[in-house]
Design a protein around this ligand. Structure first.
Ligand code: SAM
Length: 243
């Protein structure tokens, strides 16, 4: 397990539940001043954030409740290409496995449509950022079928109707992830250079559908059953069985 450091600002006390999770993940808490040239986890005033390091911008804090409420308010009849790609029009109680959680925007969007979600994130710092927000979120949304896991999706035995993959892509690609978030993520997660191995693994599993999010002009890896597009994004959908 890769070791990492979570800094406590000005010696502030890190809640016990967070201390326990940091230790479980092989991390340590430091009361030294956090470095400012690399992104690090920082606990300050009750919030866990990822500092920008040498990139510009504010520390990144995930707020699941805020994102989810915004998506719920926006939920309209026409849910766009992602809803079509996962087959929301074909089955109501879909179980989607989000193999690449990131900042959880896509998971929370699908959750706001009533989809059940199991999500996976392999970068420990990104997972922890999600985990901390998830703890609060689940207190108020305990009836939702939503779980997050720290693992490479390929090392899980997870099953579901649809596997959803959204690999990192060089800069400027994803309009919904701001440039600020992308910079942090590129530094921490790299560019998912093994994405093709992950796609091959995905196609060998028992999912009824695999959906891969791509920039509109990205090369097609394997001819999809159908692509659902908007101006800024393309969802390549591979159908293996009816939903
Ligand atoms: C572009 S981001 C996903 C963005 C996400 N859809 C969102 O709405 O925020 C890709 C994320 O997937 C993670 N990732 C990449 N390959 C993975 C794998 N094989 N297993 C688990 N996580 C993976 C990366 O660490 C990164 O955080």
């Amino acid at each position: 397990m890769k070791s990492f450091v979570c800094y406590a600002f000005n010696g502030q006390t890190v809640p016990e539940i967070l201390q326990t999770e940091i230790q479980r993940l092989g991390g340590v808490i430091s009361y030294d001043q956090a470095p400012d040239d690399v992104p690090v986890l920082l606990f300050k005033d009750g919030a866990l954030s990822l500092t920008p390091g040498s990139a510009q911008g504010q520390p990144l804090v995930l707020d699941y409740q805020d994102k989810y409420s915004t998506f719920r308010q926006r939920a309209s009849k026409d849910k766009g290409p992602l809803a079509k790609a996962i087959g929301l029009d074909k089955k109501r109680d879909l179980m989607v496995v989000d193999g690449m959680l990131g900042t959880a925007s896509d998971s929370l969007l699908m959750l706001s449509w009533g989809v059940h979600i199991q999500a996976f994130e392999r970068v420990t710092e990104i997972y922890l950022l999600n985990w901390y927000s998830f703890q609060n979120f689940k207190k108020y949304n305990s009836s939702l079928n939503f779980s997050i896991h720290h693992a490479d999706i390929r090392n899980s035995n997870v099953t579901g109707d649809v596997l959803y993959l959204d690999p990192m892509y060089p800069q400027t690609r994803n309009k919904r992830l701001s440039k600020k978030e992308m910079q942090f993520f590129n530094q921490l997660a790299g560019k998912d250079q093994d994405e093709k191995e992950v796609f091959d693994w995905a196609f060998s599993q028992e999912f009824k559908r695999v959906v891969i999010k791509r920039p509109p002009k990205a090369e097609i890896y394997l001819k999809p059953t159908h692509s659902f597009e908007s101006k800024s994004v393309r969802y390549d959908m591979y159908s293996f069985k009816p939903l």
